[in-house]
Design a protein around this ligand. Structure first.
Ligand SMILES: *[C@@H]1O[C@H](CO)[C@@H](O)[C@H](O)[C@H]1NC(C)=O
Ligand SMILES: *[C@@H]1O[C@H](CO)[C@@H](O)[C@H](O)[C@H]1NC(C)=O
Ligand SMILES: *[C@@H]1O[C@H](CO)[C@@H](O)[C@H](O)[C@H]1NC(C)=O
Ligand SMILES: *[C@@H]1O[C@H](CO)[C@@H](O)[C@H](O)[C@H]1NC(C)=O
Ligand SMILES: *[C@@H]1O[C@H](CO)[C@@H](O)[C@H](O)[C@H]1NC(C)=O
Ligand SMILES: *[C@@H]1O[C@H](CO)[C@@H](O)[C@H](O)[C@H]1NC(C)=O
Length: 929
């Protein structure tokens, strides 16, 4: 089904500029990552990884002292054996603390690598092992590695598809759950920054799916005037959560600069609901417990199954398998040999049993769909369709559970449930970037969480009443990607806290374990400004906040201002008539009113950042007035008599001051400080360097090893080698090879690249000489024969030219033949020299030298061949043109080729005249040697 989508999409994604970098849409699910690629000249497509799979496990296996990293299926294959050094679902740990339900559940579900709170970094860390020296990583570092892996597989994929020149993508869009908090989003951005990825946007899982849904929908077709709006519930059962999102799709007519208005399809998110801990893994966990209980019943005397990491990992893998098998089959036999203490687990399970076990979970899982409708004040009857996405939808019990809860006959399964989020994310990325042109689809998303701003004095005055102001900055389910400004009158520096709002409705929404406090801004400069502007009244402070499209709120601008009124003299030009003067006098007053009304955005405002603000302001004012004058001139082009008069005017201006803002993150879990970012970067760079070295070492090792084989095989199997090497020479090479082999297996096992390279040189140098002689044995005589034939051909050609090319003089031909003689002489000398050599000695000359000898002669011939034929004399020359031709001979080769007005140029066939004019009009094809 997705293939059709691709084809429909293909013409929509057009290349903007040739060297556009590709963009990735990364659906970073907690178990699998899917990557969609947008690149120039290709449709939007899912990247297949190094195992040709369309999804990649979110896990990294760290192996050995070197911390060699294995990703995806490579890690998964070794998971059972190395579970303790294989962190999984790292994205779940981002921006959260130990007690967060989604984090706590990792340990409850027997994941061997679990995070703990680290005071130093104000966030979680994970340690791969129990020893003090075992390596420690932050979730940000681990997710950074996963994101880098996404880039790597995409680059490899593009190369495989024949886009070898694709630069590794730098711009990405990552999906996040709809309930991802600001901290969690910021931690993800930190992770991307660690590997220098530029996150164009963080987009909700379901919103991305909704975009993919709308990409090729006809409801938005501009030709379909009867298109109707749609209300779709996207219901997403992922590995760690269930999310429901109600989206309203409609289109509207957008006026165009040129031509008819365009119909723009729009996806508007209306409501969201979720269960942050139900999901596929929760079901797996129920199965794991069931199997573990069964084992304990079968082996009542055995203790410690649940502490056995390997056994529990096996059960987790098995549980996932059972779930999948029972989605399509009625029953499954379960056999795990030597699960714990060599005792096996023998079980059998039916789909009915699974469904009984899953029932409470399914109850939980359908709730978000109901909540979402309630939040939007919609009923099932209002919906156009319910679209199921996410891996969990394959479980039939979930589908039937949802069907029953909603009371619908059929559920939509139109999308490729696994890939719609990655594809939608990539589409949003292409829309965001200027390098790609995509179909215009409007997108309106909302943030479920409300933000509040609390203002207090930075240095509270103990005597006075405490000053405090609090307001909701962004309301719950308000639009993303907006800016809001609050303005208040204040004379002291203040403290501004940006937090999640505390109102009752909101608390229920904020996921359990989320801290409300986010960031605290110290805003200074107000007091100083107030003192400076004492006469003009208390400053008005305005703070502008933004809630970005990625769902992160922050303070963008802080400013203080005062308004002042002043009198100014102004010279104006009026008509020299009594009646007209009165009319004109009314005009400046109107100007003033305009200035006052729109003052904030007009040139009349000024910043008082510099000391001379007021003076500067006066100058500003003048130019402004000049402009006004010009305007009035424009308005009255009539040639009436004018005169200039000076009037006194009351004016207002706004003096502004940019305030100093210092931000401090609050709470137990905080974004990485610049220092920690640097340290993490260095850590990742060191690992990457090790990877590079390891690969290089392996390559060097392989090179050396295969050379050793080559020596052995050649000496044994290639008969002719003995003709160009003595017994001793061959023996020496063989000894070197055997010694190198021994070295590799022994001392050289852990050798560095330089020593291996050195060994390679030692082994290969003498043998390369023998191989060379072996090749030359045939190549040299062949080259000589070829040269001799060429020499004969030249001699024949000169003979031919003596009649067929009269423009080539006798002397010129003699020169060529002289060159031929020189080559013949060289050849004779070399051959005689070679004949005195033994076949195992270094040859007197090589096959590569031979063809070079004839170059000079060839060049001469080429030049001569271009010599134009003599022209029949012209009756009358057009002097002007001829002159022009001669003067610009170098450039005008094309016009001279037709020979209409050409002068013979016998005398000087200059070097550069020959080369650029190598067009075939004059050259004789037979001249090519
Ligand atoms: C805490 O985090 C820092 C920074 O990542 C790290 O260097 C340190 O080893 C961690 N400490 C513990 C006890 O995990
Ligand atoms: C919910 O929708 C119904 C019918 O569309 C309407 O009558 C009612 O006022 C709405 N309630 C709210 C709280 O918006
Ligand atoms: C695409 O970009 C335009 C312009 O910035 C914006 O209005 C629209 O909502 C975007 N659409 C999507 C799907 O991101
Ligand atoms: C010279 O070479 C041309 C082209 O191969 C051939 O047609 C012509 O007969 C030759 N003339 C002589 C005198 O050999
Ligand atoms: C000479 O050439 C110029 C421009 O090419 C043309 O205008 C003029 O008529 C020519 N004169 C003769 C006598 O052909
Ligand atoms: C002479 O050549 C120049 C440059 O090639 C050209 O611009 C000019 O028109 C020519 N003049 C005549 C008279 O052909």
């Amino acid at each position: 089904m997705w293939r059709i989508t691709w084809l429909l999409l293909a013409p929509l994604l057009l290349l903007g500029q040739a060297e556009a970098r590709a963009i990735l849409g990364i659906d970073l699910g907690s178990v699998y990552m899917k990557v969609a690629l947008v690149q120039s000249g290709s449709p939007l497509e899912i990247v297949t990884n190094l195992h040709s799979k369309r999804k990649t496990e979110q896990m990294i296996l760290f192996d050995g002292k070197d911390q060699q990293r294995f990703y995806g299926a490579d890690a998964d294959a070794l998971l059972a054996r190395k579970a303790a050094s294989t962190p999984t679902s790292m994205s779940v740990m981002l921006g959260r603390e130990e007690q967060h339900p989604a984090v706590k559940v990792l340990a409850e579900r027997y994941l061997p690598v679990t995070p703990y709170y680290n005071e130093t970094r104000l966030g979680l860390s994970v340690q791969l092992g129990k020893k003090e020296t075992d390596p420690i990583y932050t979730p940000e570092e681990l997710v950074a590695m996963v994101l880098q892996h996404a880039v790597d597989i995409s680059t490899a994929y593009a190369a495989e598809q024949g886009h070898a020149s694709m630069l590794p993508p730098k711009d990405i869009v990552i999906t996040v759950p709809s309930f991802a908090t600001q901290r969690e989003r910021m931690a993800l951005l930190d992770a991307a920054a660690l590997v220098d990825l530029n996150v164009l946007l963080l987009i909700d899982d379901n919103t991305a799916a909704a975009l993919q849904y709308s990409m090729d929908k006809t409801f938005a077709d501009a030709t379909n005037e009867h298109s109707e709006d749609q209300w779709i519930l996207f219901y997403n059962v992922g590995a760690t959560s269930v999310q429901a999102t109600l989206v309203h799709f409609y289109s509207y007519l957008q006026p165009q600069k040129y031509g008819k208005p365009k119909r723009v399809p729009t996806a508007e998110v209306v409501a969201k609901a979720w269960d942050a801990t139900a999901g596929g893994l929760a079901l797996d966990h129920v199965l794991v417990e069931h199997l573990a209980n069964a084992f304990e019943q079968q082996n009542p005397q055995m203790q410690g199954l649940r502490e056995n990491v390997r056994a529990m990992t096996k059960l987790r893998i098995q549980a996932n398998k059972i779930k999948h098998v029972l989605s399509a089959n009625a029953d499954i036999p379960i056999t795990l040999d030597a699960l714990h203490n060599d005792a096996p687990l023998q079980q059998h399970m039916t789909r009915a049993e699974l469904e009984t076990l899953a029932a409470p979970l399914i109850q939980r899982a359908v709730q978000p769909a109901l909540d979402c409708l309630k939040r939007a004040n919609k009923t099932i009857a209002d919906l156009t369709a319910v679209e199921l996405i996410g891996g969990g939808m394959r479980v039939p019990a979930i589908q039937s559970g949802l069907q029953a809860a909603l009371g619908v006959e059929e559920l939509g399964l139109h999308m490729n449930s696994d890939e719609s989020m990655a594809l939608g994310a990539a589409f949003a990325g292409a829309n965001h970037s200027t390098a790609f042109r995509v179909r215009h689809i409007g997108l309106v998303d909302v943030c479920p969480f409300a933000y509040q701003v609390t203002l207090t004095d930075l240095n509270p005055d103990k005597k006075a009443d405490e000053w405090k102001k609090q307001t909701t900055m962004f309301k719950s389910f308000g639009k993303l990607g907006i800016k809001k400004t609050i303005t208040f009158t204040h004379e002291a520096d203040c403290l501004c806290q940006l937090d999640y709002a505390e109102d009752a409705e909101h608390v229920g929404l904020l996921p359990e374990g989320t801290e409300r406090s986010l960031v605290e801004y110290s805003i200074t400069g107000i007091a100083d400004f107030a003192t400076k502007m004492k006469e003009k009244g208390a400053p008005k402070v305005s703070l502008q906040f933004e809630l970005t499209a990625s769902g992160i709120a922050h303070l963008v601008k802080a400013e203080a201002s005062v308004e002042e009124t002043y009198m100014a003299q102004e010279e104006i030009e009026v008509d020299d008539e009594e009646a007209a003067t009165e009319e004109e006098a009314a005009e400046p007053a109107k100007d003033k009113a305009e200035n006052a009304a729109s003052g904030k955005d007009e040139a009349s405002e000024s910043t008082s950042e510099n000391k001379d603000a007021e003076k500067a302001d006066e100058t500003d004012k003048k130019t402004e007035d000049d402009k006004n004058k010009e305007k009035s001139k424009d308005k009255k082009p009539k040639a009436k008599p004018k005169k200039r008069i000076t009037v006194e005017k009351e004016k207002t201006r706004i003096i502004k001051e940019t305030l100093t803002v210092t931000a401090r993150n609050k709470g137990k879990v905080q974004p990485l400080t610049p220092e920690l970012m640097e340290a993490s970067r260095a850590k990742l760079a060191a690992l990457a360097e090790k990877d590079k070295l390891r690969i290089l070492r392996e390559e060097t090792r392989n090179k050396l090893e295969s050379y050793i084989y080559k020596i052995k095989n050649t000496i044994q199997d290639v008969e002719g080698i003995k003709e160009v090497a003595t017994e001793e020479q061959l023996q020496e090479c063989m000894d070197l090879a055997l010694a190198a082999q021994e070295w590799m297996d022994d001392d050289g096992y852990g050798a560095d690249i330089a020593s291996m390279e050195q060994k390679y040189t030692t082994v290969s140098d003498p043998f390369e000489k023998i191989l060379f002689r072996y090749k030359e044995k045939e190549a040299r005589p062949a080259a000589v024969a070829a040269l001799q034939k060429q020499l004969t051909d030249i001699e024949k050609l000169m003979e031919n030219w003596s009649t067929s090319k009269p423009q080539v003089t006798e002397a010129e031909r003699a020169e060529v033949l002289e060159e031929v003689e020189l080559v013949k002489k060289w050849l004779a000398e070399k051959e005689s020299e070679q004949s005195s050599k033994q076949p195992h000695e270094e040859p007197a000359f090589t096959s590569a030298e031979v063809p070079k000898m004839i170059r000079t002669a060839e060049k001469k011939i080429l030049l001569l061949s271009k010599k134009p034929k003599p022209k029949p004399p012209k009756k009358e020359k057009n002097e002007t043109k001829a002159e022009n031709e001669t003067a610009t001979e170098g450039e005008s080769s094309e016009s001279s080729a037709d020979g209409s007005a050409e002068q013979p140029v016998d005398e000087k066939p200059s070097e550069d005249a020959g080369e650029p004019k190598a067009d075939s009009t004059e050259a004789d094809p037979s001249d090519e040697l």
